[in-house]
Design a protein around this ligand. Structure first.
Ligand SMILES: [Zn+2]
Ligand SMILES: [Zn+2]
Length: 385
């Protein structure tokens, strides 16, 4: 690219970012964002697919295998800013969309090796169910590789550095209710005090012990029982539990142990307890080959000094559903250090925009390396024949 072309590319990228930044839309309501990306892409030779029943879209270039996916999340959060609730791009998804579009533009201008590159603009990451919807629509079925990207807070990753994987933990929440009749304070023997069931629940959750080598946590986060009258023993209550574990195996074990706790409580108190799990996120399943490819790309673009270790974080991302549901996909997420402060999900979050260009360069390089590698592999195979 000439300097002039480079300048207009940079201008175009920043204007994309500014649009997204100034038009945040919450999960499943990313209507204008979807439309904007769709209209923008219509001027280029790529295949665009939208969905009749929900937001988000897919753009594709190239043909044949391997099929490489690059995923951006597109939703914003609903937060109070200066006293007014509004949608805000405080998780950096505006930057992720810009990076993935920039990667597409760069790859359009390159003669690439044989292969398909699918750009996934995924809705509703913050709700934790956007990836599952796209999986249901089969957008990930034939993917060989998948790269995601997320800005990292300054405490986690130094400005200008990049990490070849983000090991998110698994997290979830259980909501439940205890069902019984209220009793007169004078006749406690006629029923079950829901608060006592709750007290036992706290104790029994504390008694769950898993392998301490894997971080995990389970905590009661709300409990509501009783009302205005001090002389009524409440028979009913509602509650919620937050649970997390750094691996999917530990999370599975934790859930089994919590189920056991509820079975014991039902028998112990002879009371009806209903539970459900309205939301959960799986832990990262990072593929070694994908991580190695991304490391190589980071090293070639930024130099070895700026290649950071993989990030381990208690935060979550529904990106990892793609691999949990389709274990053959070789996936990893690029972490970008960008002086992001005060933190992700902070309504005043800001970051160094240079990271957008770093993200584009690294992802373009990662696609390049992945495609040329698989050509190399085919050659090896035909020689072996
Ligand atoms: Zn977020
Ligand atoms: Zn995010």
């Amino acid at each position: 690219m000439t300097t002039l072309e480079e300048q207009s590319f940079q201008k175009e990228i920043l204007s994309l970012f500014n649009y997204f930044h100034n038009h945040p839309e919450v999960s499943w309501k990313e209507y204008e964002t979807t439309q904007y990306i769709r209209t923008f892409l219509q001027q280029f030779p790529c295949r665009v697919t939208t969905f009749p029943d929900h937001t988000g879209l897919i753009a594709e270039i190239g043909s044949g295998s391997p099929v490489i996916g690059i995923r951006a999340d597109i939703d914003a959060l609903w937060q109070e800013v200066d006293g007014v609730y509004q949608p805000v791009h405080s998780c950096g998804h505006d930057a992720h969309m810009t990076i993935v579009l920039g990667t597409l533009l760069r790859l359009l201008n390159k003669t690439v090796h044989q292969g398909t590159i699918r750009f996934i603009f995924q809705p509703a990451e913050e709700k934790g169910n956007g990836a599952l919807k796209l999986i249901e629509k089969k957008v990930a079925d034939d993917l060989d590789y998948l790269f995601g990207v997320h800005l990292r807070p300054y405490q986690e990753l130094e400005n200008g550095k990049a990490s070849p994987a983000i090991y998110h933990g698994a997290s979830g929440c259980i909501t439940g209710s205890i069902h019984g009749d209220d009793m007169h304070g004078a006749r406690p023997h006629l029923g079950v005090n829901a608060i006592e069931v709750g007290a036992s629940l706290v104790q029994m959750l504390k008694q769950i012990v898993l392998n301490p080598m894997t971080p995990y946590s389970v905590k009661l986060t709300s409990f509501h029982a009783g009302g205005e009258s001090f002389n009524v023993i409440p028979g009913s209550a509602t509650f919620s539990i937050d649970l997390r574990a750094q691996t999917n195996e530990a999370m599975e074990e934790l859930q089994l142990r919590i189920d056991q706790v509820f079975r014991t409580l039902r028998t112990l108190y002879n009371v009806e307890i209903k539970t459900e799990m309205p939301a959960n996120l799986v832990a990262a399943e990072v593929n070694d080959e994908a991580q190695a490819l991304l490391s190589k790309a980071i090293e070639e673009v930024l130099g070895y000094d700026r290649l950071a270790e993989p990030i381990v974080t208690t935060g979550g991302d529904d990106f990892h559903y793609y691999t949990v549901k389709n274990p053959s996909i070789k996936a990893t997420m690029l972490g970008l250090g960008c002086d992001l402060a005060p933190g992700l999900h902070h309504p005043q979050m800001s970051f160094n925009k240079d990271a957008i260009f770093t993200g584009i360069d690294v992802l373009v390089k990662a696609v390049d390396i992945t495609l040329s590698r698989s050509v190399g592999k085919e050659r090896e195979l035909s020689i072996a024949k």
